[in-house]
Write a protein that binds this ligand. Structure first.
Ligand code: ZN
Length: 349
């Protein structure tokens, strides 16, 4: 089969990621073999190629979000059949420890992200891959493979942030930072599903229009130095209930100043840098909560796919790349060029 393999780390993906012929994997009794129809890009692909912040097993196949068809089932598999249309749930957790059994699989000490920390040669950018039964979720016939691959990781992450962690309620004002990013685009739609008032931010006119199309009530250009003052004006100077954050250093202090009394900021990343500072008076005087969030649960992924099948959540797919050109997707992501998600189709060379 064809697979996108790299054998060493490099800042330039085009120097190391090559399409190679590799063996179709053999499955364990608790696993299924999947013909991969669609695979979507995530930032952890770049971390793996760069070797930062962690080294990954070599030779390496990246890819944490795939959708396809089951073509073989292991003898111990009971809930899945050949021909089932499925999507990957990339959280490999033990399912035995206290964290896992109390519904916090994302806090499992043995957790590994499939396609990022796994290997050698075990990820999604290939024509056939294998996963444990528990790490596969069936998708409805009316959900396209491309949509399922594009929404699974970002959808689960956003659902966990807004519903699992921040517990949004109808009528609340939610500020979605970076509304056309992978997580942002689903964040807007989830907040809409919950009847929240949504203020989104984006970095240019095209992206701002896209936020409104996705369901934001208002949109602000976060590249303007006084962007946060505009947000405050939009709330009639009351501030916002919940902030959906993944930008990090450059905007974190201004975001914190926008929370109303008892407001919540939920963060799942910091693409512009880690070492931020905040005015601590906001923390105690306004009684705000700063909350971290990483990935989500399989049940949350199933929730996202349910609403995707209902047509209430839809990923924004900007680029579909043939597999031979798949490395272009890594370059586009590194350059921050794309709006929404990029996918590649391993069966289409
Ligand atoms: Zn565990």
């Amino acid at each position: 089969m064809k697979a996108a393999v790299f054998r060493s780390h490099n800042r330039d993906p085009t120097r190391v990621v090559k399409i190679e012929d590799t063996e179709v994997p053999k499955i364990n009794p608790h696993e299924v073999l999947i013909k991969v129809e669609s695979a979507s890009y995530n930032y952890d692909d770049l971390w793996a190629i760069w070797g930062e912040p962690i080294k990954v097993p070599m030779p390496h196949i990246s890819g944490t979000d795939i959708a396809g068809t089951i073509i073989e089932v292991g003898e111990n598999v009971t809930s899945l059949n050949k021909g089932d249309r499925v999507v990957s749930h990339a959280n490999l957790s033990c399912r035995i420890c206290k964290m896992c059994t109390s519904g916090r699989e994302y806090d499992c000490e043995k957790r590994m992200v499939w396609g990022f920390q796994t290997g050698p040669l075990w990820g999604g950018y290939c024509q056939f891959t294998h996963l444990p039964e528990v790490n596969v979720v069936k998708i409805d016939d009316n959900v396209a493979f491309d949509d399922a691959a594009a929404i699974s990781m970002v959808g689960m992450t956003s659902w966990h942030m807004l519903i699992g962690r921040a517990n949004i309620k109808p009528g609340q004002t939610v500020l979605i930072m970076g509304g056309t990013s992978g997580v942002g685009m689903v964040g807007i739609q989830i907040a809409k599903l919950y009847n929240c008032n949504i203020i989104a931010t984006a970095g240019n006119k095209e992206k701002m229009d896209k936020c409104l199309e996705l369901g934001a009530d208002e949109v602000v250009n976060h590249r303007e130095s006084e962007w946060y003052k505009k947000v405050r004006e939009l709330t009639k100077r009351k501030g916002v209930d919940v902030i959906f954050e993944h930008i990090g250093k450059t905007m974190f202090p201004q975001e914190v100043s926008l929370l109303k009394m008892g407001g919540v900021l939920v963060s799942t990343g910091s693409t512009t840098g880690y070492d931020s500072n905040i005015d601590l008076r906001y923390l105690f005087f306004r009684g705000i909560t700063l909350m971290g969030s990483t990935q989500g649960t399989k049940a949350e992924l199933e929730e996202v796919l349910y609403w995707t099948a209902k047509g209430k959540l839809k990923p924004l797919i900007s680029t579909i790349l043939p597999f031979n050109d798949m490395v272009k997707g890594h370059v586009m992501m590194a350059n921050g060029e794309q709006i929404g998600k990029t996918i590649t189709k391993p069966q289409k060379l």
